[in-house]
Ligand binder design. Structure first.
Ligand code: KG4
Ligand code: ZN
Length: 332
């Protein structure tokens, strides 16, 4: 079965063609970063307009790169939520119309479940059960995953998402947007333990997160120490990143031990951070736990993961009707 996947929940317009839920025939991502860059974050209205401009060329390119004909597509999947309503509507309505015009099954995919599915697009997939972290600009969620359809939410952020904290700290340092990759690169030359930013672990046994304390502490430090040079900024970046990685790693390993899981999978934009992957893997290994992370191109928003999730939904008959709508927040 060949599925066309479409993603437009935030600032990436993406389309992919995936065969049988696992084989990526093409995956095209048109990023709007250049446009939002000058505002230091995503401007929803601009995002919607740019999705409208990009959607048809991106789908065309995905079909061409997959070397298939439109008639070969057996099903359609698009992100239904969570995300920016105006942005979601562009991809969702395009996909709905495409499916309706060609009389194809159509699945409305949960973006967070799709991030977990990016782990199933790898040759070396985690076996069930495993602990999954979806860590991006909008979410920091820990799940206990026991099957292709069972994602038990164990914890989530109570304020900022980890990626959001990266973006906000980068903005404070005046080093650009999106903050994650810039901070990671800048941090490479510095000792991460030089500044001790707080680690907020919340109540004992909780798998929730809070990153606002770390963020405020970085803001105070930048102000009090009058951080201005590139060298000083790199030091703040390294120690901030270390604090975030420390909290994420501790919670993940605690969750794995609590659920007696020997596997942890990480997904979402922040999982592209190789310092995080290496440090988590090392700590997990000492507890006999293996870490799985997708290749960088599948960490951030993409449509291959949407098609992969859509494939299982279509197979199960879990389809969207024409009057189904998008949603901005997960109902948990
Ligand atoms: O999954 P994603 O592309 O979009 C959302 O659904 O939010 O994630 C984007 C987030 C941004 O906050 C970005 O700063 C962060 O992922 N990110 C990183 C890295 N690459 C992207 N954070 C830390 N280190 C990175 N290398
Ligand atoms: Zn995402």
């Amino acid at each position: 079965m060949i599925v066309l996947g479409i993603e437009s929940s935030c600032d990436e317009t993406a389309a992919a063609i995936v065969q049988d839920g696992t084989k990526i025939l093409s995956s095209v991502v048109a990023s709007q970063i250049e446009v939002h860059h000058k505002y230091g974050g995503v401007v929803p209205e601009l995002a919607s307009r740019m999705h409208i401009e990009a959607i048809t060329p991106v789908v065309d390119e995905a079909v061409q790169k997959a070397a298939i004909n439109i008639e070969d597509i057996d099903g359609v999947a698009a992100t239904r939520g969570p995300g920016l309503i105006g942005a979601l509507l562009v991809g969702f309505c395009f996909a709905k119309s495409f499916a309706w015009a060609r009389q194809l099954p159509f699945a409305g995919v949960n973006h967070l479940e799709a991030h977990i599915y990016s782990l199933f697009l790898m040759d070396n997939k985690p076996k069930f059960p495993f602990i999954a972290l979806v860590v991006s600009g909008g979410h920091t969620n820990i799940y206990h995953v026991t099957s292709y359809d069972n994602f038990e939410l164990l914890g989530q952020t109570r304020d900022d998402a980890a990626g959001e904290a990266f973006d906000k700290v980068a903005k404070m340092l005046g080093i650009g947007y999106p903050g994650g990759p810039i901070i990671e690169t800048l941090a490479k030359t510095k000792n991460p333990d030089a500044i001790m930013f707080p680690r907020t672990l919340l109540e004992k046994g909780s798998f929730d997160f809070s990153f606002s304390g770390i963020k405020s502490s970085v803001a105070r430090y930048i102000h009090d120490k009058n951080i201005t040079t590139k060298d000083e900024k790199a030091q703040v970046a390294a120690s901030f990143q270390e604090a975030v990685i420390d909290v994420l790693s501790q919670k993940l390993i605690n969750a794995a031990q609590h659920k007696k899981c020997l596997r942890i999978g990480i997904a979402g934009g922040v999982s592209a951070n190789q310092t995080f992957v290496k440090k988590l893997s090392k700590r997990a290994k000492s507890k006999n736990i293996k870490v799985f992370s997708p290749p960088v191109e599948l960490c951030g928003d993409n449509a291959a993961m949407i098609a992969a999730r859509g494939y299982t939904m279509i197979q199960q008959g879990s389809l969207c009707a024409l009057d189904h709508d998008v949603f901005s927040r997960t109902k948990t």
